[in-house]
Design a protein around this ligand. Sequence first.
Ligand code: NAD
Length: 294
Amino acid sequence: MKIDDVKTIGVVGAGQMGRGIAQVCAAAGWRVLLVDVTEEALKDAIKKIGQAVTKAVEKGALRPDQAGAVLALIRPMRSLEQLVEAQVVIEAVPEDRVMKQEVFAKLGRICDPATILSSNTSSISIASLGVASGRADRVVGIHFMNPVPVMRLVEVVRGVETSERTLTLALELVRRLGKTPVVCKDFPGFIVNRVLIPMINEAIFALEDGVALAESIDLAMVEGANHPVGPLALADRIGLDTVLAICEVLYQDLGDPKFCPCPLLRKYVEAGWLGRKSGRGFYIYDEQPALNAS
Ligand code: NAD
């Protein structure tokens, strides 16, 4: 399959990543089938995409007619079955290996044999998703950064069985989105999270040890290390459940105690303090929490 053959992209999971991926794919002119298991998540996604494109019009980044076109290209739905129409599928369900394998097994049965299946996973093995799908040569990692419409980097992850043609198509797709692809091998955490997550985890250890307040830790890294946002505020933005899940995968799959998740992170997740999306993490947020629970 060539990039010009791609007319419809399926996005599975309409959470903070899925809705951003749907938005940028529609902005590039593709028809998007956006699937989620909950009606609330779909409604919330369409609302937030609407707000994002309105903001883009206000900033002059998008013409009003383009904003309408983006929304018109996105079709929300509850069932995977209609993904039979998609030439490319991008999965963005929670960072849970078993859940993702189940989705890939279903996609393998539903989608056209030529369809390329990809995952936005931050840390889970692309090879294992390939095996679950029954078409490992047509499975690739397409790992967007958060927030998707803003961040330029996309890691394109080559599983051991990913074919050259699949990799090439993924790279062309990323470039058509106006983003910068970086190819990497299928190792836990790929590049960005292997470096970023241990830093966030260490910031949480520093908070737990009482080294400083959350605000001071973040300010220190912004002013002292020139980071655009502090590690604890960033963790809240990523979602503490996602940070914990990535940390667990790094710890288990690389077998190095340096990746062991901080107990405070685990406690916050157990308490339902998931960061911005639940209204509370290392900071408290006024904004209405997004509805992500299945
Ligand atoms: P999220 O919790 O915001 O959204 C996940 C969505 O998937 C929810 O709306 C949920 O209802 C839906 N879902 C659950 N099971 C489903 C199923 N079987 N079929 C369809 N939808 C289903 O999570 P997120 O932050 O968007 O993360 C999604 C993926 O993206 C994860 O693999 C994560 O590691 C990765 N990722 C996250 C970030 C980040 O900063 N949050 C960055 C890069 C990659």
